[in-house]
Design a protein around this ligand. Structure first.
Ligand code: GSH
Length: 212
């Protein structure tokens, strides 16, 4: 049995694992749930949530942070040097801070959601993007001078933010951060990443391409 990655169709908390598995040439089944089909799987998921990685023996691994690091190691995308690994993790934890800032907005009605997100992007979001920009000067890789799972995480975050799919977050939100724009474009242009998204002409993943 091959690895099975259980999640919704959206990039969300599964896209880094999908990219690691794809770039590493590791066969896996990408299992998607809908609002209607998820409850049945929820009852089986270790912590009642997805993503879940179902291993070859049927055992299940939960928590995106654990799954991402496991598949990154399988794919050779987790830095071997301990300090490089810490730098990669540092960037990923900064992304979680940014994601957490938006957490309370998901439950708001649309008009309040837009206002709340615009306010976040003008304050805490902008601040975190500024810190992120310092980690990739000139578009440099996050850790160890080569591609790692942290670069994929930053790429997914930046592409999602500029996709125009999140009400209240402007597609131009990176315009004041040339290092982030250069970085996003560089990762989108990595041949294996580009090939992965070439087939997407609509939906959020259409924004995961170079110069999208
Ligand atoms: N800390 C967990 C959070 C997982 C999580 O929030 N999953 C959401 C989807 S993004 C979920 O399963 N929601 C449905 C539910 O909780 O019933 C992780 O990073 O994997």
């Amino acid at each position: 049995m091959v690895l099975k990655l259980h999640y919704f169709a959206a990039p969300g908390k599964a896209e880094v694992a999908r990219l690691c598995l794809t770039l590493g040439g590791i066969p896996f089944e990408d299992v998607h749930y809908t609002h209607e089909t998820f409850p049945t799987f929820k009852a089986k998921a270790p912590f009642g949530q997805v993503p879940v990685l179902e291993l070859e023996d049927g055992k299940m691994l939960a928590q995106s942070g654990a799954i991402d690091r496991y598949v990154a190691k399988l794919a050779g995308l987790y830095p071997e040097d301990p300090l490089d690994a810490a730098h990669a993790d540092q960037a990923v934890f900064l992304l979680i801070d940014l994601t957490d800032a938006f957490g309370p907005t998901w439950a708001l009605p649309k008009d309040e959601q837009v206002k709340a997100r615009e306010a976040i992007m003008a304050t805490k979001g902008r601040e975190k993007l500024g810190y992120l920009a310092k980690l990739v000067p000139g578009g440099a890789y996050v850790a160890g001078g080569k591609l790692s799972f942290a670069d994929l995480g930053v790429f997914v975050m930046l592409s999602s933010l500029t996709s125009g799919q999140f009400d209240g977050v402007s597609k131009t939100c990176l315009d004041e951060f040339p290092d982030l724009k250069a970085f996003r474009n560089k990762i989108a242009s990595e041949p294996a990443v580009k090939a992965h998204y070439d087939k997407h002409t609509e939906g959020i993943r259409a924004a995961f391409k170079p110069d999208a």
